[in-house]
Design a protein around this ligand. Structure first.
Ligand code: UT7
Length: 345
């Protein structure tokens, strides 16, 4: 297959920061997911806001999404995903050195969701904290976990992406209410048993775009202003353009840092924000859709949970095999972005 050329970069485009993994190789040992049982279909949304099943499917790829029932919290979704990931990786909770939860919707400002998960798993002692990088949070958390394990500061780290975004949705805003949803995904990171594990990374942010996806008015101080109920707001078309560009640039940057060609990538697992963004990026990068994981139809955009949900589905569908080169990429509010290339164990 022909080697794809990297895109010409606009002169005003933010330079991308890439780096290679160092130290001992680190791999994902197991995955777990959890979504609320309650399903909200496009037809349900037709009765709530001026939209149509056809518009949502054609413009976003979403058919249904899971919405937390009253009483279900980010913590309760996170702990179920964690339990499955621990079982899948044959890791006992007491082996955990660290729990990292990426979330934009903690159940409260404190304590952290990570501490609640730790308490529920009954593993006092492990370091536990939350990390906020919006939809890029799962990739940021993977990178932090990998750094701890590769350096020997930790042997076993539980990474979770969990959200209950539905409680921050303005259900009258058809630009966001049809997209965002609830769910959780978890991964256990350990020293790789064989193969390279994580190989290369690209992480960054551009705070000049802080107002493109918000929850609470940031110019008023958001939560701090005492705003009663902050709601998600998004400049959809601007984010669409940013997202497509950053997916493309990250793919080439990470492949170059890893020393491979785009054609060497066996599976691209992108943040599930919009199937049109994913398809446009894949087309311009030169990856056929058979090598791209899309499951936004089932879950919608669950922010930090999408990548774990997609990895888990890929594994279940037999699309992830040992030795496969996997490109993971995300972007989100901030604006933030993050991608990595790993050899699947
Ligand atoms: O993880 C967080 C990152 N977020 C994203 O990645 C989101 C990126 N952006 C998007 O996914 C898309 O911009 C949206 C799905 C949010 C919107 O799709 P779009 O193709 O960019 O639509 P648009 O905002 O340009 O609107 C096109 C038309 C407008 O009508 P007119 O002015 O052409 O008559 C909208 O009012 O579609 C209308 N519209 C809708 N119609 C039915 C917007 N939302 C809806 C809707 N149902 N839900």
């Amino acid at each position: 297959m022909a080697i794809k050329a990297a895109p010409r970069v606009r002169s005003d485009a933010v330079p991308l920061r890439t780096f290679r993994s160092t130290g001992r190789p680190v791999a994902i040992a197991g995955l777990g997911i959890h979504a609320p049982e309650n399903v909200l279909t496009n037809q349900d949304l037709e009765r709530m806001v001026e939209t149509s099943d056809q518009w949502i499917r054609e413009r976003t790829g979403i058919k249904r999404r899971h919405i937390a029932e009253p009483g279900t919290t980010t913590f309760s979704l996170a702990v179920e995903a964690a339990r499955e990931a621990l079982a899948a990786s044959a890791v006992r909770p007491e082996e955990l050195d660290m729990i990292l939860v990426a979330t934009s919707t903690p159940d409260g400002p404190f304590p952290s969701v990570a501490c609640r998960v730790q308490g529920e798993l009954g593993v006092p002692g492990a370091c536990a904290m939350d990390l906020l990088a919006a939809c890029t949070g799962f990739v940021y958390a993977l990178s932090a976990a990998e750094a701890y394990v590769s350096s020997g500061r930790a042997d076993t780290v539980l990474v979770i992406g969990a959200e209950v975004l539905s409680r921050l949705i303005d259900w009258k805003d058809r630009g966001t209410s049809v997209i965002f949803a609830d769910g959780a995904a978890a991964a256990v990171l350990r020293p790789a048993q064989r193969g390279a594990g994580f190989v290369a990374w690209c992480l960054g942010s551009d705070g000049r775009g802080y107002d493109q996806i918000t929850c609470g008015n940031p110019t008023l101080g958001g939560y701090a202003s005492g705003e009663s109920t902050p709601r998600i707001a998004m400049k959809g078309p601007d984010v669409f353009k940013f997202a497509t560009d950053i997916f493309i640039r990250q793919a080439f940057a990470v492949a170059e840092e890893a020393g491979i060609d785009i054609d060497d990538i066996d599976l691209f697992v992108p943040h599930q924000a919009n199937s049109r963004i994913i398809e446009a990026a894949a087309r311009r990068v030169g990856l056929p859709m058979e090598r791209v994981m899309v499951n936004i139809d089932e879950y919608g955009n669950t922010s930090t949970a999408t990548i774990g949900l997609a990895l888990h589905d890929a594994l279940r569908q037999g699309r992830l095999k040992s030795g496969d080169r996997v490109l993971i990429a995300g972007f989100g509010s901030g604006l933030t972005w993050g991608a990595c290339l790993l050899e699947w164990e």
